[in-house]
Each structure stands twice: as structure tokens, then as C-alpha cells.
Write a protein that binds this ligand. Structure first.
Ligand SMILES: Cc1cc2nc3c(=O)[nH]c(=O)nc-3n(C[C@H](O)[C@H](O)[C@H](O)COP(=O)(O)OP(=O)(O)OC[C@H]3O[C@@H](n4cnc5c(N)ncnc54)[C@H](O)[C@@H]3O)c2cc1C
Length: 646
């Protein structure tokens, strides 16, 4: 793919997107050539230097403007830690003179909930500081905002939805304590003409319905010999008839999709029993092959992006235990798309805002109502004020965390961080590491051998979401669909969704109104070792300028939807890319229960604190989920309160 000024104009690459802020990012960027077929290995080396020029683009509006995914500032500071800039304690550092009972490193769902639990359980006089390196808290649970033709629209940067918990459960208590009001999720946007009406899901993962059938279309383009492309609507209802897949592939895809095993599936009673260990001893891919008698190629074709949307990579490198992760380890009252799944209009950033409002009431003006917390702007200045029991310090990248003196005898932990180009140090009686395993291993300087070895076994992969605001989605409606899926090119699917009405400015939804389409993008390269897949993916997202992805999106949407009336130049109102370099841990076989009689490496980190330092990032659970973030941080805070801060 090459950049051509004439085609850029037709695609709308030179249009100001949403607001003038975008101009800096894209007008300059669009002049640059874009890498075509990516030759990954040189890129891995090249990308170690950091992102290419014109990497950033438009980032949306409101509180989350300038904080879409990992920003260049976050990358620069984190890479300096990775590359050893702070391996020796800096000679010059500003001692703030502050002493906290607990410092939490990381302000995502794990770090915020660690702060919340500390706030609730440690007693009135205990103090806590949460450090986060981004411009706003939330980690992957952030949102994008767009202003389109007078409508304010929201979309998740990554973490999307949640489910109702069991009554009186740990999770119900946590949600209640942060002020999550289930009543607010009883009203979602209603259909506003024309007829026929589509049923729309509440999450970008759900598929719409039309007259009781899936309002889904499969698209087949050049890879399948179709130019112009071929649409097959309601493909599952038609048993894939009319698709260019071979008969054998169709049969195998249907067996996987319609859950038709040929041998008894391995279903465990409780985590740790012999069947769960057997599952953990194989890859998910081998489990699918064994259970459904399907080929490796079909598993890779059909299951990779689905698995990657939860675990970053495909079944070729993941533990078979993940077949039941979530459904069996964190069961919920209702997990269905029709009635169970719930979503703030911009995803789980709503929960992050609620937690912050609960810990720091002045952070958001007004009462702790769902609408108020969602819509009122943040008072950034209120987050870090002396005298608060919980303080939240943003744009602060921790680079050294260590016991003062000898671990075991030490009474304090020192936490050093960069902020605004200066180096600072605070002291704490305890620390919680909630920033993710990929960085924690570089931060805790005096970490013992077993925990260090444990971290070395973990692999992480990147992930990207592209939120594309469109002025209407009539081009889908004309095709008789609200959901589309494909097997080539950029991303794999999109779905139109409706929003909970407390968070948006209109209580109706329809094809003539603007919406945001979320393109999920994984970087799986089935067949390669997990670590290599992660490295190649990070190289790809660091080496592609904003305009490179923008051009792919515009070209692909014109190709797929142009015949049904779509025009990228006219219809795209804004694009935000959210790139996360270490979005998901990729648990391999043995991650959950260990292999060859050895304990699972992660247990060294979960079993107890290292001196005064506990570990709560949710990747330790093996399944990235806000509920696991709560569970891990509750464990970490309990460990510190029970055995350290007595
Ligand atoms: C595409 C995608 C979709 C998802 N969908 C869902 C979903 O629908 N539902 C769900 O429950 N979960 C979902 N998840 C999982 C999500 O990862 C978890 O729910 C949860 O948000 C992870 O929280 P965390 O705090 O462990 O990690 P993170 O969100 O990564 O937070 C870590 C924080 O620490 C900060 N940090 C890192 N290093 C430092 C440092 N040195 N100094 C200071 N700060 C630092 C980071 O900037 C970040 O803010 C999704 C994830 C992705 C990527």
C-alpha cells in the first residue's frame, strides 16, 4: 500500500476529523509513505527505538483527549525503565518528604480497586497514594469521546462490558461499594425508525438481529477471489451456504460454532481437579482438534480473532484451561448478550470513574449518581491534594520500587517516579504493584529470584482498538445487517450497539443517526512462539503511523460498504486509535496449575507479599477481566493488612 495524494483526498485522509485538533496529526502524517507488506524482523529491531514519526493522531474530546491507548510520553518513560536508564539509583532525586501507608503503582482497574479496598479496610487514619503514568486513570478501561453533528458519542478504548453478579457475592459488594446502580442499566436506547426494526446488542461484541435472524453479514474480498466483494447475510442460519469455504471447512466451522463435539468435552468440577489439570496440559488448539475433530487450519482461521479478543493471541499458544475461564471460574447470574451483558456507553471506564468518585468525592462535581459520574467532567486538580486519605497522582511513571535497607528487616519502601521531566521519591509502609507484570519485573529492584523467574515466564501481546465515528450506518442497514465479519484485511468485525440512556444525549438509535464502530485488532501470528508473536505485534504498532492505519480503515470501508452507499470522505466523522503494547497476558499450557509436578510460576507472586510489596495486576489471574482485577487486588491488600501493616 502506498500513499498517493490524489487517492488520499478521495478517501478523506485530508479532511479535518471531528475537530481541528486532528490536523496536526494527520495532515502531516498523510504525506509520509506507509509500510506495505510488513517484514517483521527488521521492524522488531527498529521499533526498539520507539514509535515512528507521526505515530499519534486525533484522540477525541473531553476528559480522555490526549490519552488514547499508550501515548508517546507513556512509551518513552516506560521504555527508559526497560532499557536500564534507572538501573542505578539516580544521584539527584527530589524527596517529596511524603510517607504513605500504601503506595499503589498503576491506576487501572487493579490499582484503583486496590486503593478502594485499602480505603475501605485499612481504617480512617491510613493513607494511600495511587501513581499512574497516563494523563488519566483507568488503564485499558478508558473511553473515547466524539462530537458528531451535535451528538456526543462514547466508545471503549479497550475494556468493554460487565455482567450482573450473584446476590450477596463478593462482586456484588464491590459494585455496591463503588455506587454502581443496576437500575441505570434497565434503560437502553430504543429503535427510531425506519421499519423494519433491528434488535441491537449492548456491547460491540454482540450480534444484532432482524426478524429473529442474525443481522450479520460475512464479507469475502480479494483473498477469496471476489472483486467486487461478496456478502453472505445470516451465514450461520444458512449453514455457510454460498460462502467460498470448502465443504470440509464449512463442516468444521459449523461444528465449532454450533458446539457439536465428536468426543466428550473435558469439563472439570473445580479448578485444580485432574480434568482441569489435563486441560491446562494442552493447548486450546489441541483441545478443539481433539473435541471437534477439526483441522488445525480451521481452528486458526475461525478461532484466532475470537480467542485473541480475550487473551491477546490465538488458541495455538494458549492453555486449554481457558476453554472455561470466566464461565466456570467467575460464574455470573446471566452471561447472555440478550439480558446479562451491561455496558457504560464508553465501557468499563464508568467503573473506574465511580471508584475514583468514591475515594475522592471532589474528583467529580455533584452527587455520586451514575449520570453525574459519567457526564460531569473530572476535576483533575482535586485528585492529589494534601490531607486526602487517597491521592491519585497522574503522569507519574514509577521507575524504582525497593525496600529501604534490607528486605525482611526494612520498615519502609521507597518509590521513585518521573513526573514532568523531574525525578521524585516518596516513602511508604507498603506498596502494591498493579501496573502489569511486563513492567513490574523491571521496577521492583530487590525482587527475589523465585518471583523474578516467575515473571520471566509470562508473555504479553499487544492489541489495538480503532473507534470510527460515522455520521450514520445506513450503509449497513441497506445490506440488512448491523454486524459484519470478514477474514482478511484490517480487523475482523464490527457491530452497531445501543447505549444505556443515562450516559448519552439521545434515547433513540437508528441507521440515520451517528454511531461509533469499534474495530478490534489483534496481532496474532498463529504457529510462531507466543513471545515472538508479541514482539512482532508490538513492532507493528510502533512502526505504523496513524495515517497508515487510517488509510487501511478508509480503503477497506469504501471497498466493503461503498456499493451500499458508504463514502469514507463524507461519512467518517472521526477516528481514534488506541494502541496497547501489553494488553493481554497469553497463558500457555501449565500457566494455571504448573507442569511436570512443578507449581505454576504465578503462585510465587500470589502466595504472599515480597516483604512489604504485594502484587495485584490482574494478568496474574491468567484472564484479563475487571472481576479478576478486583479479586487479585483484594488478595494483595488483605495480605498486606493481615501480615505487614498490622
Ligand atoms: C481489547 C480489550 C477488551 C477488554 N474487554 C473487557 C471486558 O469487556 N470486560 C472486562 O472485565 N475486561 C475486559 N478487558 C480486560 C481488562 O484488561 C481488565 O478488565 C482490566 O481493566 C485490567 O486492569 P489492570 O489494572 O490489571 O491493568 P491495566 O488496565 O493495564 O492498568 C495498569 C495501569 O498501570 C499503569 N502503569 C504501568 N506501569 C506503570 C508505572 N511504571 N508507573 C505508573 N503507572 C504504570 C498503566 O498506565 C495503566 O494505567 C479487556 C481488555 C482489552 C485489552
Amino acid at each position: 500500500m502506498t500513499a498517493c495524494p490524489y487517492s488520499d483526498k478521495l478517501l478523506g485522509l485530508t479532511e479535518p476529523i471531528s475537530r481541528r485538533d486532528f490536523l496536526d496529526g494527520v495532515l502531516i502524517a498523510s504525506a509520509g509513505a506507509v509500510a506495505g507488506a510488513v517484514c517483521p524482523f527488521p521492524l522488531v529491531a527498529q521499533s526498539a527505538a520507539g514509535p515512528v514519526p507521526e505515530w499519534s493522531g486525533y484522540t477525541g474530546e473531553g476528559d480522555y483527549k490526549d490519552s488514547a491507548g499508550n501515548t508517546e510520553a507513556v512509551l518513552r518513560d516506560a521504555h527508559a525503565v526497560r532499557d536500564g536508564k534507572f538501573d542505578r539509583a539516580p544521584a539527584k532525586i527530589i524527596e517529596t518528604g511524603e510517607l504513605f501507608d500504601c503506595v499503589v503503582v498503576g491506576g487501572g482497574m487493579a490499582g484503583l480497586s486496590a486503593g478502594l479496598f485499602f480505603h475501605q479496610q485499612a481504617g480512617e487514619k491510613r493513607t494511600c497514594l495511587i501513581l499512574d503514568n497516563a494523563k488519566i486513570f483507568g488503564g485499558v478501561a478508558k473511553r473515547n469521546e466524539f462530537l458528531v453533528d451535535g451528538h456526543r458519542l462514547y466508545a471503549p478504548q479497550a475494556s468493554v462490558h460487565f455482567q450482573p453478579p450473584y446476590p450477596n457475592s463478593f462482586l456484588e459488594t464491590v459494585y455496591e461499594s463503588m455506587g454502581l446502580d443496576w437500575e441505570a442499566f434497565k434503560s437502553y436506547q430504543k429503535w427510531q425508525g425506519p421499519s423494519p426494526e433491528f434488535w441491537l446488542p449492548r456491547s460491540p461484541y454482540g450480534v444484532g438481529k432482524l426478524n429473529g435472524k442474525d443481522a450479520l453479514g460475512f464479507y469475502f474480498g480479494a483473498k477469496y477471489g471476489h472483486k467486487p466483494g461478496l456478502w453472505i447475510t445470516d451465514p450461520w442460519g444458512k449453514n455457510l451456504e454460498g460462502t467460498p469455504f470448502s465443504d470440509a471447512t464449512r463442516k468444521e466451522m459449523l461444528a465449532l460454532m454450533k458446539d457439536k463435539p465428536v468426543v466428550s468435552p473435558l469439563v472439570y468440577d473445580y479448578p485444580g481437579d485432574p480434568i482441569s489439570r489435563e486441560l491446562d496440559g494442552m493447548t486450546l488448539e489441541d483441545y478443539f482438534i481433539r473435541t471437534f475433530d477439526v483441522s488445525r487450519d480451521t481452528v486458526r482461521l475461525f478461532m484466532t480473532s475470537e480467542c485473541a479478543s480475550g487473551f491477546g493471541l490465538g488458541p495455538d499458544v494458549l492453555s486449554g484451561f481457558l476453554q472455561y475461564e470466566w464461565s466456570k471460574t467467575i460464574p455470573t447470574v446471566d452471561d447472555s448478550m440478550e439480558s446479562g451483558i451491561q455496558m457504560f456507553p464508553g465501557g468499563n471506564s464508568g467503573m473506574a470513574r465511580l471508584m475514583v468518585k468514591t475515594m475522592i468525592p471532589a474528583a467529580i462535581d455533584g452527587a455520586r449518581s451514575m449520570e453525574g459520574v459519567w457526564k460531569s467532567p473530572l476535576n483533575f486538580g482535586a485528585l492529589d491534594q494534601p490531607g486526602q486519605r487517597v491521592r491519585l497522582r497522574l503522569e507519574s511513571t514509577a521507575f524504582r520500587v525497593e525496600h529501604v535497607g534490607q528486605q525482611g528487616k526494612s520498615e519502609l519502601v521507597s518509590i521513585s517516579y518521573t513526573k514532568g521531566g523531574e525525578l521524585y521519591q516518596v516513602k511508604a509502609k507498603t506498596a502494591v504493584m498493579a501496573g502489569g507484570g511486563w513492567i513490574t519485573k523491571h521496577l521492583v529492584r530487590d525482587l527475589d529470584e523465585s518471583r523474578r523467574t516467575s515473571y520471566e515466564t509470562f508473555n504479553y501481546s499487544p492489541y489495538m482498538t480503532a473507534n470510527v465515528a460515522v455520521r450514520n450506518w445506513r450503509f449497513l442497514y441497506k445490506l440488512g445487517i448491523s454486524s459484519a465479519a470478514w477474514f482478511e484485511g484490517f480487523s475482523r468485525s464490527i457491530n452497531v450497539r445501543r447505549s444505556a440512556t443515562f450516559g448519552v444525549d439521545t434515547d433513540v438509535v437508528g441507521p440515520d443517526l451517528p454511531t461509533v464502530l469499534t474495530f478490534f485488532v489483534d496481532f496474532a501470528k498463529p504457529g510462531l512462539p507466543a513471545r515472538v508473536q508479541g514482539q512482532m505485534g508490538r513492532a507493528e504498532i510502533l512502526s505504523t503511523p496513524f495515517s497508515g492505519y487510517e488509510r487501511q480503515i478508509r480503503e477497506q470501508m469504501n471497498e466493503m460498504f461503498g456499493p451500499s452507499g458508504f463514502d469514507a470522505k463524507r461519512d467518517i466523522a472521526g477516528i481514534v486509535l488506541n494502541r496497547f503494547g501489553h494488553a493481554f497476558i497469553n497463558p500457555p499450557p501449565g500457566f494455571f496449575f504448573g507442569l511436570n509436578g512443578k507449581p505454576a510460576p504465578r503462585e510465587a507472586l500470589r502466595g504472599g507479599p515480597f516483604g512489604r510489596i504485594a502484587f495485584s495486576h490482574c494478568d496474574l489471574a491468567g484472564a484479563m477481566d475487571h472481576r479478576n482485577a478486583f479479586i487479585e487486588s483484594h488478595r494483595a491488600i488483605s495480605q498486606l493488612l493481615d501480615s505487614v501493616l498490622t
